[in-house]
Design a protein around this ligand. Sequence first.
Ligand SMILES: Nc1ncnc2c1ncn2[C@@H]1O[C@H](COP(=O)(O)OP(=O)(O)O)[C@@H](O)[C@H]1O
Ligand SMILES: [Mg+2]
Length: 255
Amino acid sequence: MPNLIEIKNIEKSYLKAGSNFGDTKVKVLKGVTLTIEEGLCVGLIGESGSGKSTLTRLILGLEKPDKGNGTILIEGQPVRQWIKANQGKMSVVFQDYASSINPQYTVRETIEEPLRAMGHTGNLAGKIDVLLDKVSLSPDLKDRYPHELSGGQVQRVCIARAISTNPRCIVLDEAISSLDVSVQIQVLKLLHKLRLEMKMTYLFVAHDLQAVAHLCNKMVFLYRGEIVEELMSGDLANAQNEYAKSLLASVIPFS
Ligand SMILES: Nc1ncnc2c1ncn2[C@@H]1O[C@H](COP(=O)(O)OP(=O)(O)O)[C@@H](O)[C@H]1O
Ligand SMILES: [Mg+2]
């Protein structure tokens, strides 16, 4: 499998909370190196504050890493260059779906937004129906507003929006973490089905290994800004790192 995203020795620092001037910085990512192969589901697991969202923002080109030797390349190109040249080919679904969509947009308008941003004009009704069907939502929900939907339904709308542009890759930052467990399982199954159907690459970010263990081909453990373990899913028994081992020990076997 060719590499889609190659992250090499990335560092990221933020100003320390409460510091006014100067250089009181905290290093949140400490030399992170990670490869995301095309077509795989890569799980990025780490406790709250370990730097997962920071890393995803760098991959999405929303922030820049510290100046230095580190690089983030997508298909060999610097992130921002690739994203500009490949509009709609990298999508994102956030945990906080309530604030990641506009409460004044209907379901239809929400799903249409990225397509319109890419210059699609005219009637997209047929396309919206197909997308709603793909995420198992009734077409009757088209004219509803987010507050008229359940959390699971809103997250399906976010997924429909994310796949509307036929992306190569979707970054899911704790995309299911706010949902009830039974709904989490439904959304995981949906994501799995879509990935295979549409041949997408996923970066699946989670603090909870249980949620992703059965979806991911590769699992990467981030601990305090460092990748401490990287395992293919068939190789979980070979974990060396204590943190990774403790998380893996808590996963209920799947049969
Ligand atoms: N914009 C920011 N400014 C300052 N500190 C930040 C910023 N974003 C994240 N941090 C800090 O970086 C650390 C990692 O945060 P984050 O990447 O959100 O972790 P995670 O997603 O794993 O919970 C935290 O200590 C957080 O407070
Ligand atoms: Mg986060």
